[in-house]
Every structure is written in C-alpha cells, then in structure tokens.
Design a protein around this ligand. Structure first.
Ligand code: GLA
Length: 550
C-alpha cells in the first residue's frame, strides 16, 4: 500500500514537471521569460524598479504634516454640500482652523457616477448641486483649503468613477476647481501588465519624413533578443522586453527639436494585454497594447514624443515585474499629472494601505502614504497601526510622511484617555492630523476640542525638523517615545499600554540619554505642569503623559 503511494507521488511529480516544462516552453515561444512570471508572483509587494535616490516628490504643500478634516470616518457615503459648509464654518468658529486644521477633504462619494459631456468628473448632481467649483470658492472664502478623493483604479471604493487612465483630465479638473489636497485610493486597481509586446520596428515621423528603424538597428540589453519570423515584413522582431529584464535601444538623429509621431510596430501575440515604455532621452511615454485577436500578424501603436535636434536615445522596455512596480508607476503618473496641472499646488496623499511597501517608493511619487488598512475607533486596532508606523520612522520627513490614517479622536467608544493618547501618538509620529469626527458637534464631556486643539501637541507635530518619534524603551507596561525638535528641545511620551491604571515615578533614568545632557526644566503637556524628579504619574488604562524640555 505504502509503495503505491510513493509511485503515485513520483508520477505526480513527473506530470507536474512535464506540465511546467510545456508551460515554460510556450511562454518562451511567446517571448516571455517563464521564471520572471514566477518571480513576479513570489515578490508581489517588492519593488524591482530602481527609484532615484533622494529624489523626493517636489509638489504639494507638506513641509510639515498636513492638517485638516475628512468626511470619511464619520460620514462615509452620506455627504452633501450643506454638511461640508457647516463643517467648514465649525472649523473656523471652534478655532480649529486657526490651530492649523486648514484642509476640508471630501472623501469618497462626492461625485456623480456619470462623467460630464467632456469626460470630466463632476459632483453628485443632487448632493453637490451647486458644483464643486462653487463649493471650493466657498471654502476658500472662509480661509480654508479643499481636498478631493479618487481611486487609482476603474472605480473608487464606493464603486464610483475613478481616475486610472484619466489622470491628466482629472488632475486638470481638480486644478481648475482650485483643489489643494488629493487623496488617491487603491480600490479597483488593475496591475500594469509585466509582459511586453514583440517589437518589429519603430517609426518616427517628423514633418513629412518617416524613418523606419527595424529591430536590427537596436542595441539589445539584458535578456532582449532577436527572433526570426519570415511572415513579418522585416523578417524579425525583438522579444524578452518584459519584467524589467530587457531593453531595445535605438540611436536616432533628428533634424530639429519638437514633437513627432512615434509608431511602434509589433508582432501580435498572446491573448493578454501588454505594456511598454518608450523612453526618449529623459521623457517617458507609456503604451498599452490590447489583448489581440491576431487576424493579421502586425499591429501599429502610436504616441507623440518629444525629440531634440541631433542625437536622441530611444529605449523601449517594460520595467514592471511586481505589483509594487505597477503601483509605483501608477501613483507616480498621477503625482506628475497633479504637479503639472496645478503648478505643484496640490498636496498628494497616496492611499494603497501599505500593500506595496510604499516606504520604498512613495516619497518619490507623493507627499504622504498610508501604511495600513483603514483605521477604526477601536483601541486595539489603533494600537496595531501605531506599532506598524513606529517601525517606519526613518522614511518620514518634511514633504514626505508616513500616514497611519485619519484621526478617530471623538469617535466611537474611545475613552477620554484613549482619545488623548491617540492624538499624542499621532503628534509624536509626525502623522498627518486629519480629523475624522463631526466638528459641528463637540460634546464637552468628551473634551474632544481640548484634545485636538492642544497647542503644545500640535507644535510637536508641526515641528519643522519633521522627525518621527522613535521608541527608545519598551516594557510590558509602558512605551517610551522620543521626538527631537528643531529648536533643540526634546519631547517624550510615556504610554500605558495596559488595560489597568499604572503608576510611574519620574526620574532621570526614564528619560533618554539626550535629555540627560540638558539642564532645562521639563513640563508635562496634558497637565500643563512643570515636573520634578520624584513626581509620581498615575496613568489610567491607555493613558499617556507627554514631557517636553522648556
Ligand atoms: C478606502 C480608504 C478609506 C476611505 C474609503 C472610501 O477604504 O482606505 O480611507 O477613503 O476607501 O471609500
């Protein structure tokens, strides 16, 4: 019996091996590297594209973490212009606007399921009947700024039209309306294909002159190779340009500077979409080659490119291997469109929930990036997000921030201490402070307004140095966080993680070494008292104390 199992097992392995070899041969014939496909599935969230070092996104207004309000956490899909304007008024009348909360962000569901006759997004025809431009003007007249939302996919998370493939026109619409903040979600996202078309030739048309560059004119890099096919006009084509593994490079002489028509001549192949980047000197042009029926052997795909007089270098390749590569390119595409349309005035918030390791690329594509799934007014989950974000301190800084999501202060059943700690942790972590509560109703008993308008905490958050705090000590009961400030002062937060009240005696040893060197006084922010060594602090469950040298 046992023997039979072994035989069956061996036969199964042989069958699988044969199936794999047949599949790999088929892929090779199609000009696709089979091991690259396996790699693409194994690495998924790993970026294989090289992001230019230290080239931070140079648009937006985010030298300090953005501050404002968003409709999502409390109102979800129930928003209209009345609510938005009431909230804007409340931001002003409560003093929150003066405290720094300037962005009024409309999250999902601000828009209609129908684009207008020019293909532009428009506000919900009933709930935002006065139009978004009007609303933006109203918000601006109150000294505030407006933010909008879309998704890097075919639809938003609430299944309304989104911006993938419409980046230019949507960015242009937002800029025309005077939008200053843009959040770009990840729902209904479709990965850019890693497969490249088979390239027979390229053509350039300048004026009336058409020059054809057949594949034998190309210098091949990486895995790219020439294949013969006598049915093609030129008798050959280039394969293996996909998965970031191969390039075809053409040296091209042009008579003059300017735009010209670029045609990519491909050998049709495979019932799947393909993607290719045409790099002309320092400019990149993208092409999507559709799923093909192959009634005929060749296809022509066109774009406009900019060439310069004299020598140009044109590189043809598909840099996408993993899902992270695809996300990087897609988010960057929108970032560039926003920058161009608004002259760099729109702050760009990337929201792909930390799925594709944004820490490795998002600083080059936008101003802030979510590091986790959606926040909820639930302490355990807030604590998980806090722990995730703590590990990312080195990636945050002026103009480029980790985003542990919008605030839940004042929402759900969070206790006073939890609200206070949530706010303190976000301030210490230099997180964007985007309020998620109903600003029109701020019941006194919750002291929400006191928490979110605490000037010292906001100053810590908005500190020009922009250093996210680090945890310098951890015990089963307490977390100890330190954040260095631009003026040389130091902020320390002690957070009681336990579900019960704990006491802690304040002495030199509980503070980080850099604080020992200072002889300054120390103040505890929430009680607004100067402390002396020997003082005992009683911290209720999930409470915290924040100390600052003065
Ligand atoms: C996602 C985002 C949320 C919110 C909703 C809107 O879940 O992560 O922050 O924008 O979509 O549908």
């Amino acid at each position: 019996m046992y023997k039979y199992f072994i035989y069956i097992f061996i036969i199964l392995i042989i069958v699988l091996f044969v199936v794999f070899c047949l599949w790999a041969l088929k892929k090779k014939k199609e000009g696709i590297c089979p091991f690259c496909i396996i790699r693409q599935h194994m690495l998924k969230s790993r970026l294989t594209i090289k992001v230019p070092e230290n080239e931070f996104y140079d648009g937006g207004d985010a030298q300090t973490p953005p501050m404002g309000w968003s409709s999502w956490n409390t109102f979800r899909n129930n928003i209209d212009e009345k609510l938005i304007l009431e909230t804007a008024d409340a931001l002003v009348s409560t003093g929150l606007a003066d405290a720094g909360y300037k962005f009024v962000n409309l999250d999902d569901c601000w828009h209609s399921s129908m684009r207008d006759e020019n293909g532009r997004l428009q506000g919900d025809l009933v709930r935002f009947s006065s139009g978004i431009k009007w609303l933006a003007d109203e918000i601006h007249s109150k000294g505030l700024k407006i933010g909008l939302y879309s998704s890097n996919g075919d639809y938003t998370c609430e299944d309304l039209p989104a911006s993938s493939g419409n980046e230019k026109i949507d960015a242009d619409t937002f800029a025309r309306w005077g939008v200053e903040y843009f959040k770009y979600d990840f729902c209904h996202n479709i990965k850019i294909p890693s497969v490249a078309p088979l390239v027979e030739a390229m053509e350039l048309k300048q004026g009336d002159n058409v020059t054809v560059y057949s594949s034998d004119k190309a210098k091949l890099e990486g895995m790219a190779k020439i294949n013969k096919d006598k049915n093609l006009k030129t008798g050959q084509y280039i394969s293996f340009l996909g998965h970031g593994k191969g390039k075809a490079v053409f040296d091209v002489d042009c008579e003059s500077d300017g735009e010209c028509d670029f045609t990519l001549c491909v050998k049709k192949s495979g019932r799947y979409e393909k993607y290719i980047v045409i790099q002309v000197n320092d400019n990149y042009y993208e092409m999507f080659i559709p799923f093909t029926k192959s009634w005929t052997i060749g296809g022509r795909y066109q774009t406009k490119v900019h060439v310069k007089q004299g020598k140009n270098v044109i590189k043809i390749f598909n840099p996408v291997c993993t899902r992270a590569d695809s996300s990087y390119i897609q988010y960057k595409r929108m970032g560039e469109a926003l920058k161009k349309a608004s002259d760099g005035k729109i702050t760009y918030s990337i929201c792909e929930w930390g799925r594709n390791n944004p820490k490795n690329w998002a600083w080059n594509a936008g101003n802030l990036w979510r590091i986790s799934g959606d926040i909820l007014p639930n302490w355990r989950w807030i604590n998980v997000i806090y722990n995730m974000n703590l590990r990312l301190a080195e990636f945050s800084g002026p103009g480029h921030w980790n985003d542990p999501d919008m605030l839940e202060v004042g929402n759900g059943n969070l206790t006073y201490e939890e609200n206070k700690t949530h706010f303190s942790l976000w301030c210490m972590m230099s997180a964007p402070l985007i309020l998620g509560n109903d600003i029109r109703k701020l019941p006194d008993e919750k002291k929400t307004l006191d928490i979110i308008s605490n000037k010292d905490m906001i100053a810590i958050n908005q500190d020009k140095l922009g250093m996210q705090c680090v945890r310098y000590k951890k015990t089963p009961t307490f977390d100890f966080l330190v954040k260095k400030l631009a003026d040389g002062n130091i902020a320390v937060c002690i957070y009681n993680k336990k579900n019960s009240t704990k006491k802690i005696q304040i002495n030199k040893e509980i503070f980080p070494a850099e604080m020992h060197e200072k002889q300054q006084k120390i103040k505890e922010i929430w009680s607004n008292t100067a402390i002396s060594y020997g003082d005992i602090f009683t911290l209720k469950s999930h409470d915290c104390a924040v100390f600052i040298t003065i």
